[in-house]
Design a protein around this ligand. Structure first.
Ligand SMILES: NC(=O)c1ccc[n+]([C@@H]2O[C@H](COP(=O)([O-])OP(=O)(O)OC[C@H]3O[C@@H](n4cnc5c(N)ncnc54)[C@H](OP(=O)(O)O)[C@@H]3O)[C@@H](O)[C@H]2O)c1
Length: 459
């Protein structure tokens, strides 16, 4: 029709009589081309491509609709992957040789245009992700990395008017065009729904550290559990979220026996911290934190077992004590314990002692690795379940030696050189087996923590 419209009026008048005044006859050739694998659900038909082996946009939309319902959260990823694979297979079959499809398109043309498409996918363009607790230590570093990689980020925080919580995020490269801030409090968990809408992945990092009195919840555990339920339910309702990644803590994965008399052979993803024990170096804040992290991690992993039809994948990353640099304007709360041997702060050193009493070692991870691990868990085509995330698990003694060797200018007093007895093996191989590689070990994590504290005037 478009071509006909371009014919000058006088020519059209002259040849008009030769045209039949009826609707065009459309030959639907539904013979199927090669079947792709079972995961894609898309079959390329002869009638899907034109003589130049192009697929038009309407057909793309048709394919997306074909996918929707069955696997709608895979739409973006699967559609692009499928186009590429389908066209490659179609051209490798080379119908020109059979004489059935005249083609002027070269393989290289198709490949190069899809290469462009893929590279934009790989850089995260057009993929929206949500980060709860975006203004915190892990949240802000994760957002920085996601923006660098080209993702669009919906970040939640409790108070959008607090400049100290927003300015470091707003000044990140690409923030102006690809960062959207939302206000949401775990004590009003329905507030997260708006931030989750339209996202393909959700990272849930926000955690209530202090209880909000006079709320509908009895303590931080109740609030945290209600929070993970509301967030997981929003993911299910969204029809877009493929995977929910929860930032858990190794403190929920102690290998202590139920009666606290000793450690199991090894600490790994099968271990859950008994919640009825008391410790030499504990305090109520830490006990409340462990309870809320443990119960909410169990609750969120339960969504992997629920038959939803929507196939929401839930991953929990039980992270070790995090050290390294920060984009915050103040020292993040996990650095004082990491640095306690060299600062000499006894209260913070008690946190280290508690960790060794609870876990048999100090599983340690660098801020950059912990955020890379989150992104790794997001970018895996399929992933669910629980993973410990720590590069190494030194003891307090190992850390002291490391500080002494690399920072002889910093003195450690004798009583801060060692911790409670009873070392437990910490098996953090599961994430590595998935293909994740840590870039930083104990030395770099401690070095960068020292540099960070010096830069911020805390050492
Ligand atoms: N740092 C570590 O060593 C470590 C280790 C293992 C696991 N983790 C986990 O990593 C996550 C982030 O911790 P972090 O070290 O980055 O701590 P952080 O800097 O204190 O960040 C905590 C975040 O939680 C948010 N939050 C607190 N109460 C909230 C509430 N009632 N409603 C909504 N958000 C609330 C805070 O939001 P506002 O900014 O609005 O206050 C803040 O962004 C937590 O889940 C933590 O358990 C941390």
């Amino acid at each position: 029709m478009r071509r006909l419209a371009k014919i000058p009026d006088e020519v059209r008048e002259e040849i008009g009589g030769c045209f039949v005044d009826s609707l065009p006859v459309v030959d639907e050739d539904n013979r199927k081309l090669l079947k792709l694998n079972d995961e894609t659900f898309i079959l390329l038909r002869w009638s899907d491509i034109d003589v130049n082996q192009h697929v038009n946009n309407v057909k793309y939309v048709g394919w997306i609709l074909e996918l929707a319902g069955r696997n709608s959260h895979h739409i973006i990823e699967a559609t692009f992957t499928t186009f590429s694979r389908a066209l490659r297979q179609a051209t490798e079959y080379d119908p020109r040789r059979c004489g059935s499809v005249p083609s002027v398109v070269k393989h290289e043309h198709i490949n190069s245009s899809f290469r462009e498409l893929f590279s934009s996918m790989e850089e995260g363009n057009n993929v929206r992700v949500c980060v709860t607790g975006g203004s915190g230590y892990l949240g802000s570093w994760l957002i920085k990395k996601l923006l660098e990689k080209g993702y669009t980020v919906h970040a939640t925080l409790r108070n959008l008017d607090e400049d100290r919580k927003t300015s470091h995020l707003k000044s990140l490269p690409n923030a102006e065009s690809r960062l959207v801030l939302f206000q949401a409090d775990i004590y009003n968990p329905e507030e997260f729904e708006a931030a989750i809408q339209g996202c393909l992945f959700v990272f849930h990092l926000a955690t209530p550290m202090l209880h909000t009195e006079n709320s509908k919840y009895k303590d931080t555990s109740e609030a945290a559990i209600a929070g993970v339920r509301a967030i997981a339910d929003s993911c299910l309702r969204s029809q877009t979220v493929k995977r929910l990644i929860y930032t858990a803590s190794v403190m929920s994965a102690s290998a202590l026996e139920e009666d606290g008399t000793g450690f199991k052979t090894s600490m790994d993803e099968s271990c859950w911290t008994p919640l009825n024990l008391s410790y030499t170096y504990n305090n109520q804040f830490i006990l409340d934190y462990i309870k809320s992290k443990t119960l909410s991690e169990k609750e969120i992993l339960r969504y992997n077992e629920i038959e939803t039809g929507n196939k929401l994948e839930v991953v929990s990353l039980a992270c070790g004590l995090v050290g390294g640099e920060t984009i915050l304007s103040y020292l993040p709360s996990s650095l004082p314990p990491v640095l306690s041997q060299v600062t000499g702060n006894r209260l913070n050193f008690d946190v280290l002692r508690f960790l060794q009493e609870l876990l048999g070692s100090i599983p340690l991870v660098h801020i950059d690795d912990v955020c890379e691990a989150h992104i790794f868990c997001m970018e895996k085509p399929v992933l669910r379940g629980r993973f410990l995330c720590a590069a190494e698990a030194p003891t307090i003694e190992d850390m002291a030696i490391c500080y002494q060797q690399n920072h002889p200018e910093l003195t450690i007093s004798q009583e801060l050189m060692s911790g409670p007895d009873g070392r437990s093996k910490c098996d953090v191989s599961k994430l590595r087996k998935e293909g994740f590689e840590y870039k930083y070990g104990m030395k770099e994590t401690l070095d960068h923590s020292v540099e960070c504290a010096r830069r911020l005037g805390s050492l």
